[in-house]
Design a protein around this ligand. Structure first.
Ligand code: PMT
Length: 418
């Protein structure tokens, strides 16, 4: 495998996808496609039953490589193919892992290409089960999965719950291809935040004026959500406090949705008590209307001009910094990371925030740039801390998030580092 980049753990990885014989076998093509797109070298192994559901040709076209299908082929096995496939793997994914395949894997069988590769590999194995709900809950399947986890050290992703091909509703659906690929990335990526509890705030706050109107801002939540997802991938236990945002909850993260600065304050106060790191990416409104009308304000009653009286919201980040200072930098005080949304004198203003808010790191972004800051998928930031400044070049927000977390890892007390 090439040198590991936390932002792209699949890039350069050799991933073997073992396809079992179930109706979800067609979804393995999507998994292969996503892995290929993420820069992995993908090799596919199929059982004979899998080939009843989807042709090897599909995988051969997607991977641009031969597909391993036959244990007794004079050509495939001329060089003991199944051992070579097993040895080349950085990760083996079994998807769909049917009840039958799981049972045979748990018994340590090696009588088909998939079982023999899984038994022979030294790489981590990720099982993505998919089967009828009653098969999944059957004590024998439960015991087989437990054995594969406990004895063989395999990991699982899913199954999801929903409407199954057999017409039953319940657990048994193959996890979404995106979820399986995210689980693969988490296995291959660094786990340098394992054991850390990280609280991330993201998105805007909406401060109501009346039942129809509010004061808000242009934050989409993308930067903070990318941070939460990246931290979870690196092994952290992550709580995301997310203001109004159209984004779905990120995988592997506990998400609390809030609307106003005061709701965010309440959620944050509960979350920080056990946090090791707090990252404030949220664009918290500095002011809110003094009163909120219970009925929609009518244009006719307001006149030609009108005045909205605002009161200051608390500065939540500065509050955390002050409280930590009061306690002294003793054991257990979280690392505090703030953002600075600037339009001029970016570094100077960020440094003022670093000092004034008493935080460990400020992530400064110039929100006047069209391809950075609010709403867009990319960012360009400067990490400002006591040691100096680090410029993170323009990149997608997931990559920027990993560069921020690299700095957070460096700030953690040495004892935390694995
Ligand atoms: O959500 P996206 O569309 O992806 O956009 C990302 C972003 C531009 C919102 C993000 O990169 C960003 O800059 N977030 C911080 C926005 C902001 O409020 O910056 P600020 O300079 O006004 O505040 C400085 C820091 O104090 C921030 O960490 C902020 O969360 C915090 N703050 C601000 C006001 C307040 N009342 N309480 C706070 O804690």
């Amino acid at each position: 495998m090439t040198e590991l980049d936390a932002a792209k753990p699949l890039s350069g990885a050799h991933v073997v996808v073992c396809v079992g014989g179930g109706i979800a076998a067609y979804k393995a093509a999507l998994i292969v496609r996503l892995l290929d797109k993420a820069g992995a070298t993908v090799e596919v192994v199929m059982t004979a039953r899998a080939q009843q559901f989807i042709g090897a040709m599909t995988f051969q076209a997607l991977t641009r490589r031969p597909v391993f299908t036959d244990m007794f082929s004079a050509t495939e096995e001329a060089t003991i193919g199944h051992i070579q496939v097993a040895d080349r793997a950085d990760l083996v994914i079994v998807a769909p892992a049917t009840a039958n395949l799981i049972a045979r894997l748990a018994a340590g069988m090696a009588d088909d290409p998939v079982c023999s590769v899984v038994l022979a590999t030294k790489a981590p194995v990720l099982l993505a089960p998919s089967m009828n709900v009653n098969m999944w809950s059957h004590p024998l399947t439960v015991a087989n999965v437990k054995r594969l986890i406990d004895v063989a050290g395999h990991r699982t992703v899913g199954p999801g719950t929903g409407f199954l091909a057999c017409q039953w509703v319940g657990p048994g659906r193959l996890a979404d291809p995106e979820t399986i690929v995210a689980a693969a990335a988490a296995i291959l990526g660094p786990q340098d935040l394992a054991g850390q509890r990280i609280v991330v705030t993201a998105g805007p706050t909406f401060e109501p004026i009346d039942p129809a109107r509010f004061i808000g801002n242009r934050s989409s939540g993308k930067m903070g959500v990318a941070l939460a997802a990246a931290a979870a991938r690196r092994g952290a236990t992550v709580q995301l406090i997310l203001g109004p945002s159209a984004l779905p909850d990120p995988l592997g993260v506990v998400t609390t949705r809030v609307e106003t600065a005061r709701e965010l304050e309440t959620a944050l106060a509960a979350a920080v008590t056990t946090a090791d790191v707090v990252v404030m990416a949220a664009a918290v409104a500095d002011y809110r209307p003094r009163t909120v009308a219970t009925q929609k304000l009518k244009r006719g009653t307001l006149g030609k001009t009108t005045t909205l009286e605002l009161v200051a919201n608390p500065d939540l980040l500065a509050g955390l910094g002050t409280r930590r200072k009061a306690k002294g930098k003793r054991k257990g005080a979280p690392i505090l990371v703030g953002f600075a949304a600037e339009t001029a004198d970016v570094i100077a203003n960020a440094r003022k925030k670093l000092v004034h808010k008493r935080v460990d790191l400020i992530v400064a972004n110039d929100v006047s740039e069209a391809d950075a800051g609010f709403g867009v998928d990319t960012n360009r930031v400067i990490l400002v801390d006591a040691a100096g400044e680090v410029h993170v070049p323009h990149a997608d927000k997931a990559t920027v998030a990993h560069r921020i977390l690299d700095r957070v890892v460096a700030l953690l007390p040495r004892k935390h580092l694995k």
